[in-house]
Design a protein around this ligand. Sequence first.
Ligand SMILES: [Zn+2]
Length: 358
Amino acid sequence: MKAARYYDRGDIRIDDLPEPVLSPGTVGVDVAWCGICGTDLHEYLEGPIFAPAQGQPHPISGESLPITLGHEFSGVVYAVGEGVDDIEVGQHVVIEPYIIRDDVDTGPESRDYHLSPDMNFIGLAGRGGGLGEKVVVQRRWVHPIDSSVPLDQAALIEPLSVGYHAVERSGAKAGDFALVGGAGPIGLLTAAVLKALGVTVAISELSPLRRQKALDSGVADHALDPAVADVTEEVRRLTGGKGADVAFECSSVQAVLDTLMEALRPTGVLVVVSIWGKRANFDMHKLVMKEIDLRGTIAYVNSHPAVIKMVESGQIDLSPFITGKIGLEGLVDEGFDTLINRNESAVKILVSPSGEGL
Ligand SMILES: [Zn+2]
């Protein structure tokens, strides 16, 4: 089978690999669609970051570069391993792409398995990936999804779960006012979850195309241009002078962080969703004087069942966020190149590893 493998910074190759072998407790999945994530771009441009460098095998997967990429994917079950009796061949599934130690409690009540030591991701630290035609995944991380949800949209459930967990962390509730800083894929999908919960959403974004996407997709009530508008003033005006109840930092840009701190109401909650490759300059005095709650969020934890329900019920429509579909051969020249050099109009580019559906 064909798979896109990450060898090192700037080096991704389409390889011919043997098909993965099922073991007891696993599920074999024919990958339908896999999204390209900002994390994949960071690995390509600046990595290895999450990916284990050669000679430094990941402590759980035991693998190091090259590894198959792709952690945002949907597919169809083609085989089940011994002992798996609650999932059937032909069923549509999405993957919660975790690599987590076997002795960690990953049960339905766990709120912290994603924070366990050496946590990493399928498609970044081994165990195959969604940018291969087939993948074998432990049953725990396979989530069935109703076949009424198109498989291309299902591939966005993974990044949508990132937004869902971020919103969970904020404690936002219906009637609240949220300010989202940055309308990239994660900003937009976080906004989608907020809207679905009945929160009023303002999104701040420099790119006119991204602002338009936020409005056209219906995930934002207001799209503000920080180059011309005083975002803090606008938010005050929209909230009757109060300020935003919750804010989401989805850009890893200093100016955005400052604006969110400014636009929050006293006792507001600021959730940092983006990955910061550098230290931020932080106004501690403002945090103290407004009694702001600053919270981090990473990935998701037992979020998939609720997110899948939101998509199955039609509460969230993921179709506006799919802006391109390509084959495995076009991964770097079309997919990565578009997202790195012309990313204003692109939200999520999906790859079909088998070429089916293109
Ligand atoms: Zn991702």
